[in-house]
Design a protein around this ligand. Sequence first.
Ligand SMILES: NC(=O)C1=CN([C@@H]2O[C@H](COP(=O)(O)OP(=O)(O)OC[C@H]3O[C@@H](n4cnc5c(N)ncnc54)[C@H](OP(=O)(O)O)[C@@H]3O)[C@@H](O)[C@H]2O)C=CC1
Ligand SMILES: CC(C)(CO)C(=O)C(=O)O
Length: 346
Amino acid sequence: MDHPSRYVFLGAGAIGSALGGLLARQGREVLLVARGEHARVMADRGVTLRCPDLTETVAVPVATAPDEAHLTVDDVLVLTAKTPQAADVLDTWGDAPVHDRDGIEVGRAADVLPVLVALNGVAGEEIALRRAERVFAVCVWCPTVLLEPGEVIVRGAPLRGVFHLGRYGHSPDPAADSSLLASIATDWEPAGCLVRPTDAVMGWKYRKLIANTGNALEALLGDTTGAEDITTAARAEAEEVLGAADLPVVGKEEARAGWEPEGLEFLPVPGEPAQLGGSSWQSLMRGTGSIESDYLNGEIALTARRIGRPAPVNAGLTALARRAAREGLRPGSITADELRRALGLE
Ligand SMILES: NC(=O)C1=CN([C@@H]2O[C@H](COP(=O)(O)OP(=O)(O)OC[C@H]3O[C@@H](n4cnc5c(N)ncnc54)[C@H](OP(=O)(O)O)[C@@H]3O)[C@@H](O)[C@H]2O)C=CC1
Ligand SMILES: CC(C)(CO)C(=O)C(=O)O
C-alpha cells in the first residue's frame, strides 16, 4: 500500500474503541462503526481511554451506517463486533460502495477491501470468508473493558496489546498481503499494539481459544477465586479435544514466549475496580442479551461432537452462559458449588 490506510472498526465496543482511540491518538485515520448510546457519546465528545498510565479523551469519527462512511480503496475493515453479531455487521457493511481516490465507485466493500477478523474463537474467519474476498485472521491479546458508553478501560501499559495476524484462505498475491501486514505493523506499533505477522495465525487462535474457555466461568461466577479447578477442567478438556481433532494449536511454551516476553500485563487502572472481567463477563455486566460462549466453549463442544468425543464441561458451560445472557443475569448468578454440580464435576 502506497497510501496511508484508514482503519474502519466494524462494531467498535471494547476492542474496536480502544484500538480506534489509541490509533487516532497517534494521528492515524480511523472510523468507529458503533451504535446506540456508545456511538452517540463517542460522536459528541470522543472516546475516553482509561489506561494504567493515562486518561485521555480522543476525538474519533463515528458512523452508524454505511452512507455515513464514504469507504475508499485505502480503507482496511477490522471486524470487532462479537462473533454472534459478525454476520449481521458484515452483511450491512459488505455491500457498501467503495470509491477510488478520484471518487469513482469501484465495487463493494466485501469484494474490494481487506477484512481483519479481530475476534476470539475460530469461527469469525469462516463467517467473513463466506462474505469477503480478502480475509485476515487476527489473534487478539489486548485486555479492554467497556462498561460505560464512550469510555474504554485499557488494562495494559505501556504495551496495550499483541496481535498475531495472517491471511485466511487462499492468497492470490502473498506479496501484497505481506506488504499490507507490514504497513499495519508500522501504523499500530506506535500506539503500543505489537503486530506479529504469521502463517500460523489459526494455531495462535486455537491456543487462545483454550484460555477463553474460562470466559464463561467469569461471566457466570463473577469472581473465579476458589473455582480454579473448574477453569482447569474446561481448559484441559479443550486441549484434549482440539488435540484429538488434530487441530493446529500453537504449543503452550511457544505461546508463552510469544505473549509474555512482550511485557503485556493486566495492570490496575486508577479509579476503576480491581476486579474487572473479560469480554463475556462484560456482556452480562452490560445486559446485552447475548454472549459469545457458543463460539468459545461451544467450539469445543462442536469439535468434540464432530469426532465422537465427550466434552461435558464445555457443553455445559455453553448452555449455562447462553441461558444467563438470555435471562439478563449478571455475573455471580451462580456459586462455584452449584456450577460444579451442574457440570458433573463433584
Ligand atoms: N474485550 C477484550 O478484552 C477482548 C475481546 N476480544 C474479542 O474481541 C471481540 C470483540 O469483543 P469486545 O470488543 O469485548 O465486544 P463488545 O461487545 O464490547 O464490542 C462489540 C461492539 O459492536 C457493536 N455492534 C454489534 N453489531 C453492530 C452493528 N450491526 N452496528 C454497529 N455496532 C455493532 C456492539 O454494540 P451493542 O453493545 O449495542 O451490541 C458493541 O458495542 C470478541 O470476539 C472478543 O472475544 C479479544 C481479546 C480481548
Ligand atoms: C482479555 C482476555 C485475554 C481475557 O480477559 C480476553 O481474551 C477476553 O476478554 O475475551
